[in-house]
Write a protein that binds this ligand. Structure first.
Ligand SMILES: Cc1ncc(C[n+]2csc(CCOP(=O)(O)OP(=O)(O)O)c2C)c(N)n1
Ligand SMILES: [Mg+2]
Length: 423
């Protein structure tokens, strides 16, 4: 064999490099996405064996139909107050994002990141969890904090890294941490929250506690090893955890194909690990609520973990450091077949006779004002560059119970150099 040599009379190998379907200037047509209609996907019992519900990984849990009706077995039948509360909080997330995006453009912070179009995946999920279930979010789940009534001023102070920042400027803007809201400290290192959530859930079960955990990561982040370690541990120990994959089609400028979307769905990752998997219309707040409630009940009753893929679309740039016009077609957002989550929920409550366009407009004005007032309050405690940040000396604190000699020396050196430079 060896003497035949490589490549002799053999077909040359080719490498498949995924290419997104639409680039700037292309006409977008999502017509071949084959999305099941609302109400078409069955709702299995919460104790189903993962092997008995595999087809759900390729379908789509949907409740709201084109006319804004709630249909099918997944309808969570939520009370009017809850529907309106979810709508309000999703709209508040959007108003908050708008304001903080502008604050970044005005130079008040170095960085911001919106979740436009994905508000349901955190707000509706939070409503299906208990308030003390531990959330391990990615950087795009500000909706969890807002759904848990976390003060906007506190979030803004973190974004401004100002004197009121409880994290003392040690985290990049938007990497919040709110223990009292059962919102685990965010890490910029993608997917680290997945094994953390599974480990936390395992500990909760090992202690005989009743709280479950939930993690959120982007579809791009599922390509990280941490996601797969998390899946293995979750499956082996049947950890009471929900692993949410937010498939918003993009990971900065890389389309979902680079994380494996051409070959299969992200929900189907569950099959290889023997975990229950659900694929959900992430722009349908009722479907997100229903799927989360199903998975939470499953976890709470010791039937094991669930992987939920939320099929959605990142309507705006990745962050303030990104320009999506350079890599994707401009009308992808408007062509997205699953619409906008706020408009869809608003349409639903309107259909129920609970709401109308005037009330929606009035609410949006009111929320914009609420956010404006919160920003004014937060900005009193400083914005980027105005000097109202934490004292530099705090940089050395809170790592060791007693500051070791070498840090004391560095702190003194910094102080002396600062004084010499007139700082
Ligand atoms: C381990 C690691 N690799 C790369 C990055 C740089 N990075 C930050 S966000 C991002 C895209 C992630 O995309 P996705 O997981 O789909 O989440 P989305 O931003 O769409 O919510 C990348 C590559 C990082 N922060 N950490
Ligand atoms: Mg993504």
């Amino acid at each position: 064999m060896a003497d035949e040599g490589p490549g002799r009379n053999l077909r040359p190998l080719t490498l498949h490099v995924p290419e997104p379907r639409f680039r700037p200037g292309d006409v977008v047509d999502f017509g071949d996405l084959h999305l099941p209609g609302a109400g078409e996907t069955r709702r299995p019992p919460i104790d189903s064996a993962p092997a008995d519900m595999r087809e759900l990984c390729y379908q789509l849990v949907r409740v709201l139909d084109e006319e804004g009706r709630a249909v099918g077995p997944w309808d969570p039948k939520l009370a009017p107050e809850r529907l309106l509360m979810m709508l309000r909080q999703m709209a508040l997330v959007r108003a908050f994002d708008e304001r903080m995006y502008r604050a970044q453009r005005q130079g008040k912070t170095s960085f911001y990141l919106k979740c436009t179009g994905e508000e349901a995946t955190s707000v509706a999920a939070a409503h299906a969890l208990h308030r003390d279930d531990m959330c391990f979010p990615s950087y795009r789940q500000q909706g969890l904090l807002i759904a848990r009534d976390w003060p906007l001023v506190d979030m803004m102070c973190q974004i401004y890294s100002n004197a009121g920042d409880r994290l003392k400027g040690r985290q990049m803007p938007i990497l919040y941490s709110a223990k009292e809201a059962s919102f685990f400290s965010l890490s910029g290192n993608l997917a680290t929250q997945c094994p953390q959530a599974v480990g936390w859930a395992m500990a909760s079960a090992a202690r005989g506690d009743t709280r479950i955990a939930a993690a959120w990561c982007g579809e791009g982040s599922t390509a990280e090893g941490d996601f797969h370690s998390a899946m293995t541990f979750a499956a082996v120990y049947r950890a009471p955890v929900i692993l949410n994959v937010i498939n918003n089609q993009w990971a900065i400028s890389s389309f979902s194909g680079f994380a494996g979307a051409e070959a299969t769905t992200f929900a189907a990752r569950a099959i290889g690990y023997g975990i229950a998997g659900l694929r959900v219309d992430g722009n349908d707040a009722l479907a997100v609520h229903a799927a989360t409630e199903w998975a939470a009940e499953r976890a709470r009753n010791n039937h094991g973990p669930t992987l939920i893929e939320h099929f959605t679309y990142r309507s705006e740039g990745h962050s303030t450091s990104d320009d999506p016009a350079r890599y994707r077609a401009a009308d992808e957002r408007s062509a997205w077949p699953l619409g906008d989550p706020i408009e869809r929920l608003s349409g639903h409550v309107t259909r129920l006779g609970l709401w109308d366009a005037e009330r929606q407009a009035a609410m949006e004005r009111e929320l914009a004002e609420q956010v404006r007032l919160a920003a004014r309050e937060a900005e009193k405690q400083g914005v980027l560059g105005n000097g109202m940040h934490q004292p530099l000396s705090t940089m050395f604190e809170d790592v060791f119970e007693e500051m070791p000699w070498h840090l004391k020396e560095q702190a003194r050196q910094m102080r002396e150099e600062g004084e010499a430079a007139g700082l």
